[in-house]
Design a protein around this ligand. Structure first.
Ligand SMILES: Cc1cc2nc3c(=O)[nH]c(=O)nc-3n(C[C@H](O)[C@H](O)[C@H](O)COP(=O)(O)OP(=O)(O)OC[C@H]3O[C@@H](n4cnc5c(N)ncnc54)[C@H](O)[C@@H]3O)c2cc1C
Length: 324
């Protein structure tokens, strides 16, 4: 194969949304380089997932199965994918930049004697050279990376850098393969997935987010934004000072030391737009900012800005949404 292989991620038969962003990126890269595009799903009994992938414009879908892939282990994934890569010989391997790929992808790339270019936000071709862009110093600088052509380039993609709904439909042949894992020493034994608390949330998967910042003033006022989030069916998120104060749990913090999110709609309420916050949410499709300071930096990246007092704007907006 001369082409690009997208590694799609699923857990217990449910896609990680970033798999579709990876497929979209793989299709774009395929078009830019004239490469064929294939995808792989790993698991046990994953035929239905592979059949879903076959509905996209891909050359081939690999359904890589083994009972030892029923749950994720880094040893199992690395061995299975190393074996697949030896047969498929892609020029580029794209992965979503998830917690899971952060665990196994560096090792997979190292086993191939290659580097992993991680958390990539864009790529372009210049004078025949393929360049991948990623951020440095908490988003203050963008750097471009190229890779020599002596093997596949491994690239993980930042959440929201590519749009999952841009995947082109089509049809692909599915090839089911049994990964040769019988004799592989798998050192990890996964336990039941655990949830930190009943209210645990995966902000990276949220379609709508209402995020609150220091402008809210005090903890008791959070109810205002909770109501707005409820009226929108949105998840509640926050800037760092809110989580540092213990007003919302850390898992709801967006930014360089929190989550990177890419919802369709992100409403920033009383958030100034510090760079450490922006790097976590600028991939949102539509950004709405509510801030009483019309010169707040958040307005520079907002699609819609409301320069006003959140204590007036938010209840009015909630009321309108409830009526609608
Ligand atoms: C190493 C490091 C990592 C960091 N990581 C993160 C991170 O992951 N996430 C993050 O968010 N920050 C992070 N920060 C902190 C970041 O630099 C900012 O301090 C923080 O984002 C500011 O939060 P804020 O916008 O809520 O508060 P502020 O900057 O204080 O802004 C509050 C805003 O509310 C507005 N406001 C006030 N009252 C009202 C009102 N009544 N109506 C409307 N608007 C009002 C003000 O005009 C102001 O713009 C990090 C900092 C460092 C040094």
């Amino acid at each position: 194969m001369s082409g690009v292989l997208a590694i799609c991620e699923q857990s217990a038969g449910v896609w990680n949304r970033m798999s579709f962003e990876t497929l979209a990126a793989a299709q774009q890269l395929g078009r830019a380089r004239g490469w064929s595009v294939a995808a792989v799903v790993l698991g046990q009994g994953s035929a239905a997932l592979a059949a879903e992938l076959a509905g996209w414009a891909l050359e081939r879908v690999y359904n890589l199965e083994h009972e030892r892939l029923a749950t994720y282990t880094s040893d199992g994934y690395v061995a299975a994918l190393e074996w697949l890569l030896a047969q498929v010989k892609p020029d580029a391997v794209l992965l979503p930049h998830t917690y899971r790929t952060r665990d196994f992808a560096p090792r997979l790339a190292a086993r191939a004697g290659r580097a992993l270019i991680s958390d990539v936000t864009a790529f372009r071709v210049e004078q025949g050279e393929l360049l991948f862009e990623r951020q440095l110093f908490q988003g203050r600088l963008n750097a471009e990376y190229s890779c020599d052509s002596a093997g596949p380039v491994f690239v993980s993609l930042q959440a929201g850098a590519f749009h999952g709904d841009a995947v082109e439909p089509g049809s692909a042949a599915v090839e089911t393969l049994t990964a040769p894992l019988d004799d592989v020493n798998i050192r990890q034994s996964p336990e039941e997935p655990f949830r930190e608390s009943a209210g645990e949330v995966d902000l990276t998967a949220a379609e709508r987010i209402v995020a609150v910042g220091r402008g809210i003033g005090e903890e008791g006022n959070l109810e205002l934004v909770r109501e707005l989030a409820a009226a929108l069916g949105a998840e509640l998120a926050a800037s760092r000072p809110i989580c540092d104060n213990g007003w919302l749990p850390m898992q709801r913090q967006v930014g360089s030391s929190g989550q990177t999110v890419a919802p369709k709609l992100y409403i920033a309420v009383g958030i100034s737009g510090a760079i450490q916050h922006l790097v976590g949410m600028k991939g949102a499709r539509i950004i709405v900012a509510i801030n009483k300071d019309a010169s707040a930096p958040i307005f520079e990246i907002a699609d819609y800005g409301i320069a006003g007092d959140l204590f007036e704007v938010v209840p009015a907006l909630t009321e309108l949404l409830r009526k609608a």
